[in-house]
Design a protein around this ligand. Structure first.
Ligand code: AHR
Length: 662
């Protein structure tokens, strides 16, 4: 039996058991009339547009959905880590001279204090940090303090009743200089929001800890930090840290609000460590993972490809702990001998050390503590191995004009397969047609498109060969908004996700890029990034909402479906959660006219209440921002689905995620 309800009124019902040859003609007329009534009613709802026919059969699953379809990809770009996710609050804590041109440290000289600062390249607490900031104070007293000030990463995000943990390496020759006073000060008010003292002892380099605790202050970012003394003397400083509270209270961990944003995307993996950040501009500036582990004082940092220095405070172990905290698996990209500036290491003998480094890296991630690098990981504080299934060899190696990738890929793949046959290998050739000696399990393909071009790409994989490697869409984004996607981008992204879900038998993983952007003036290198933030708060772009909703309503199989009569900018995905018996219907209407739909839902019998979550904006250009973070956000409603026939209109410029139980 089926019921047809239009505009809330039951207008027809039929029971197939009662059908007989004598009633056939009558039934045909009835169906014709009903169809005409449905169309005219839907046309009336939509201002005259004819209803498209969308047929979905929830009892016929035509292809599986990969459970790992949606994941995360980030790298050190737009101050994603230093000045972003990594909980460090001090900018250029190691006084690196090439820190975006000028170190942001400046002299403080209150009243009649006399002091100077200089970089001492012959004096530091460790070999990798063999230099330091030398503060020479000729005159200082109480009220006439001298020292150094740091602006933070475009401010210091302070919250009430919060403790911030600090440490520093210092060396003094004479105790007469007295303690170092650390003060967090409001930029506009001069009010000291929190302070502490560090009693430094004469002698060799030593590490000191301090704590700053705020009272009942209002949250703010317009603050700076000062380290001052009240007596003449000389002090050398290095690795001056201040960490904000971290997700899961992780030591040397990540900022809580950004981790919460990522967790709410329901990711299944984290592709790490990049992107171009893996390669560096030169071979020398690659992500050399061995230099990113161990005590912070033993990490030299390195020049990233996005024009600023990385502290590597967020190093390989911290990437893996981030995975653990979000309960996702790493997709580990190993450096494969090509760097973005165009240099490459030739396959063969020259490449061997890099292959060995990759083998060691996998051992650091997965080896037990009886292995050399598993033991190293245990010494670094994490005895348990991390889960791993996928290893990616390189990044965007199709840019290597020397065409050296097939040979480099083969050398890495042979060594990795031999030692770790259980892992799937990902090639970055972009077209999966490379004739390598070892065929990749998976091909990483990247798409950065305008809204119009992304929508035109939606059927790209529908007819793609299923006999080659699986696809990892390791980077993708619809790009027109800046710093974060606008609603037109969200529509392009949602349209593209309908395509990835439909083709998820082939596309087993996908990750939008870049994920994070510090929106403070001068912090961004790449416009159109999913999540915006400053020193104090974060905001979600319309695309973020679309992606979170799609991932939260993924399903495990794509239902058989067909559509006719829809506008050119209408897209949909129909997936099913078999055990829960829910149809997840995603409707993306990127057109400026409503799209009326006449849905036939085979397998959905009787009346059901659907949950409809909608995202809508008036224009493609409408967006969210740090000052208007909620301009576009999801709203939730319910709809009555009377049975296997449902009339619904997808509003102009809207993304709807509809759950229909059956
Ligand atoms: O996501 C930004 C950059 O785009 C990545 O680093 C690189 O892999 C791609 O070209």
């Amino acid at each position: 039996m089926f019921h047809i309800r239009i505009g809330g009124e039951l207008i027809g019902k039929s029971n197939s058991n009662t059908e007989s040859p004598s009633t056939g003609t009558l039934l045909l007329c009835f169906v014709f009339l009903i169809t005409a009534a449905v169309n005219s009613s839907v046309m009336a709802q939509s201002g005259g547009e004819a209803a498209a026919k969308l047929n979905i059969n929830v009892t016929r699953i035509v292809s599986p959905i990969s459970p790992t379809l949606y994941g995360l990809m980030t790298e050190e770009i737009n101050h994603s880590y230093d000045g972003g996710l990594y909980a460090e609050m001090i900018q250029n804590r190691a006084f690196h001279a090439d820190w975006e041109g000028t170190p942001p440290w400046d002299l403080v000289r209150r009243g009649n204090a006399v002091a100077s600062k200089s970089l001492d390249t012959s004096n530091g607490p460790s070999k990798p940090l063999s230099y330091s900031m030398k503060l020479t104070v000729a005159a200082a007293s109480d009220g006439n303090e001298a020292g150094l000030t740091n602006p933070g990463f475009w401010g210091f995000g302070l919250r009430p009743n919060t403790t911030y943990l600090g440490s520093l390496y210092a060396r003094v020759e004479d105790s007469a200089i007295g303690p170092i006073t650390v003060r967090m000060i409001g930029n506009a008010t001069g009010v000291v929001e929190a302070q502490a003292q560090v009693a430094v002892q004469p002698g060799p380099w030593a590490r000191y800890e301090y704590k700053l605790t705020t009272g009942a202050i209002a949250p703010s970012i317009a603050n700076h930090l000062e380290f001052t003394v009240s007596h003449p003397g000389t002090v050398w400083l290095q690795l001056v840290l201040l960490m904000q509270p971290t997700f899961n209270n992780r030591r040397n961990g990540n900022r809580i609000d950004l981790m919460n944003r990522m967790a709410a995307m329901h990711p299944k993996f984290l592709r790490l460590p990049g992107g171009n950040y893996l390669e560096g501009m030169t071979v020398e500036d690659r992500f050399d993972w061995k230099k990113t582990i161990g005590p912070l004082v033993d990490r030299p940092g390195h020049q990233g490809p996005w024009f600023y220095w990385s502290t590597d405070g967020l190093g390989l172990l911290e990437f893996l702990e981030w995975c653990e905290d979000l309960n996702v698996e790493p997709v580990l990209a190993v450096y494969a001998g090509y760097s973005l500036g165009g240099s490459h290491v030739a396959a063969g003998k020259d490449l061997e050390p890099y292959v060995q480094s990759a083998l060691d890296e996998v051992e650091y991630v997965t080896g037990d503590t009886s292995t050399q690098w598993g033991a190293e990981r245990a010494r670094d504080g994490h005895p348990a191995p991390f889960p791993l299934h996928y290893i990616e060899i390189g990044n965007e190696d199709y840019l290597d004009k020397s065409n050296s990738y097939p040979a480099r890929y083969a050398q890495f793949a042979e060594a990795l397969h031999k030692r770790y046959p259980q892992y799937k290998l990902i090639a970055t050739d972009g077209n999966s047609e490379y004739e390598t000696r070892v065929h990749p399990d998976i091909s990483d393909e990247h798409y950065y498109k305008s809204p119009a071009d992304m929508m035109d790409l939606v059927h790209h994989y529908d007819k793609a060969s299923r006999s080659g490697p699986k696809i990892f869409v390791g980077e993708w984004a619809t790009r027109s908004g800046s710093p974060t996607p606008n609603f037109g981008d969200a529509l392009g992204d949602a349209a593209w996700m309908t395509s990835m879900e439909r083709n998820s038998d082939l596309i087993i993983m996908a990750s939008y890029a870049p994920l994070l952007v510090n929106v403070s003036p001068g912090a961004m290198q790449w416009p159109t990034d999913l999540i915006g933030f400053d020193a104090g708060t974060t905001y979600a772009s319309p695309s973020y909402w679309a992606q979170s909703l799609f991932a939260a309503h993924l399903g495990d199989g794509t239902a058989q479906s067909s559509i006719s009569g829809a506008n050119q900018r209408f897209f949909y995905s129909a997936t099913v959660s078999a055990k829960e018996k829910v149809l997840h219907l995603k409707l993306v209407n990127a057109s400026s006219i409503d799209q009326p739909l006449s849905l036939t839902l085979t397998g959905i019998d009787g009346a059901h209440t659907a949950t409809v979550i909608s995202l809508h904006a008036a224009t493609f250009e409408a967006t969210n921002s740090i000052n208007e973070p909620e301009a576009i956000h999801p709203t939730q409603a319910t709809a009555s689905v009377p049975g296997s026939h449902w009339v619904h209109a997808a509003p102009a410029l809207s993304i709807e995620v509809i759950d229909i139980p059956f």
